[in-house]
Design a binder for this molecule. Structure first.
Ligand code: EPU
Length: 338
């Protein structure tokens, strides 16, 4: 088992490549490490793949770096496969492995950076699927109850980029640590190509009746085209959530911008495209100091080199202000701030 390390540089552990040190650092490879008494009363933060994190600077607490591995078929019944994976497994590697095993259902979430354990926290979603739709249950270490508990899908309270972990702030206060996830992948598989970009990419490849691997490959190609590789241009994917506005607000905006992209929700409200708003506000491909908005996808904030957490916050606020001034819409950041 690994030991607690002091003053660990976190730059390599966050995909925005922001500088900062953790006063104490512990790599978690086994759930048993979480039960140690010394961990109970310290300020904690759980780090997964670091692909949804804005590091403001040094962290004076204990950073728990999730590295619990393992993946297996837990059981199957007539309707579905139940697959369990350790929270520290790399997300994309896990998706690819399920496809290789012949268990489809996660292909629309291919190539999303990050770890298995982080996926339910913000209910990662892309190309017409949210991970919550495929989650059966989670194993969670609860520091308050000092027990390993099971949270079923209903208990996760999934919403758009939202879950019970975010709703209660457990993702930042270190109370709950997800140690493993059980996915339920229905055997009655159906291709999900509703998303316009996916249908277009498959058509361009001449594929009319796609297999799960075809969808994964199409989505990998779309993501590689639109989203910068964090290893080359540090980023955390979409930096803001797509804002959801009232019917009246949407109507007022449409009167001025009839071509505005919009996605009506079940509750009568409408989701707008933050990338479109940012582009219209003049921020696509624009920088402020070392931090800017990506030229191919205005929703992606990038570190052009040498940025700090303050540089990120400065650009973030400038973009929020431009969209507020231009559209009267408030943009909410997607990543976690530490
Ligand atoms: N758009 C612009 N300009 C831009 C970017 C987008 O006008 O610079 C317009 C597009 O033309 C389109 C609309 O905005 O009409 C939506 O764009 P896109 O399909 O690229 O998706 P998105 O809403 O920007 C969301 C997710 C992504 C996910 C894609 C595909 C959020 C915050 N983002 O992006 O998730 O991959 O859909 O499903 O919901 C992430 O969360 O990190 C992420 C990458």
């Amino acid at each position: 088992m690994s030991a607690v390390l002091a003053a660990v540089d976190l730059t390599p552990f966050n995909t925005l490549a922001l500088p900062g040190r953790a006063a104490a650092y512990l790599k978690i490879t086994d759930p048993g490490q979480l039960t140690v008494e010394a961990l109970q009363d310290t300020r904690r933060f759980v780090l997964g793949g670091g692909s949804n994190l804005v590091l403001r600077g040094d962290f004076d607490g204990l950073l728990l770096h999730m590295a619990i591995g393992g993946r297996r078929l837990l059981r199957e019944d007539a309707e579905a496969w139940y697959i369990e994976a350790g929270a520290g497994e790399n997300w994309h590697g896990f998706v690819q492995w399920t496809l290789e095993q012949g268990w489809p259902g996660l292909e629309n979430l291919a190539l999303i950076p990050g770890s298995v354990g982080a996926a339910p926290i913000q209910n990662i979603g892309a190309y017409g699927l949210e991970v919550g739709e495929r989650i059966h249950s989670l194993q969670v270490w609860d520091f308050k109850k000092k027990a390993l508990i099971t949270v079923d899908r209903k208990g996760c309270h999934f919403g758009y980029r939202d879950s019970v972990f975010k709703q209660h702030g457990w993702h930042t206060d270190g109370r709950m640590v997800i140690v493993s996830v059980v996915f339920r992948l229905p055997k009655a598989w159906q291709a999900n190509c509703r998303y316009h970009d996916v249908a277009e990419e498959l058509a361009a490849r001449g594929i009319a009746d796609p297999a799960p691997r075809d969808i994964a490959e199409a989505i990998v190609a779309i993501r590689q085209r639109k989203l910068p590789d964090p290893a080359k241009l540090p980023n955390v994917g979409s930096f803001f959530q797509n804002p959801v506005v009232s019917r009246d607000k949407c109507a007022a905006l449409l009167a001025i911008h009839p071509d505005m992209p919009r996605y009506p929700q079940n509750d009568g409200r409408t989701k707008l495209a933050a990338g479109w708003l940012i582009e219209q506000a003049g921020w696509k491909g624009r920088d402020l100091g070392p931090v800017g908005m990506y030229e191919e996808q205005a929703l992606v904030l990038v570190n052009r080199g040498g940025a700090t957490g303050s540089d990120v916050e400065r650009t973030m606020q400038a973009v929020q202000e431009a969209v507020r001034d231009g559209f009267g819409v408030e943009l909410i950041p997607e990543p976690v701030f530490l």
